[in-house]
Design a protein. Structure first.
Length: 109
């Protein structure tokens, strides 16, 4: 909810999904500019989500820029996150301005 509030305050339209299944369904209905996913989610994790997204073609939003959120900032997790297909990761707890700055960075690339 905090992230949603921060992003909306910065002028973003925000879609929220509580699961991998919901996120994939939203991607079929909408064309968001960016995907932000927590790595730790109930049932399936952020790695499952990004794998399923990256297996889609361009028209299905398979190449959407993506940021991972994680509480684990270890180097091995960073490499795994980037190899999975995320462009960037942010360590929790999230600083609101850091989030906005990193979103801008990803969208510019």
């Amino acid at each position: 909810m905090l992230m949603q509030t921060v992003l909306q305050s910065a002028g973003a339209d925000v879609l929220v999904a509580a699961s991998v299944k919901e996120a994939l369904a939203l991607l079929e209905q909408q064309s968001p500019a960016l995907l932000i996913s927590d790595i730790s989610m109930p049932d399936e994790d952020g790695f499952t989500l990004i794998h399923q997204v990256r297996s889609r073609n361009i028209e299905q939003r398979g190449q959407i820029p993506a940021i991972a959120l994680t509480a684990f900032a270890e180097a091995k997790n960073e490499q795994r996150i980037l190899k999975a297909g995320f462009q960037l990761f942010i360590t929790k707890p999230i600083e609101p301005m850091e989030l906005v700055d990193k979103i801008i960075k990803v969208l510019k690339t």
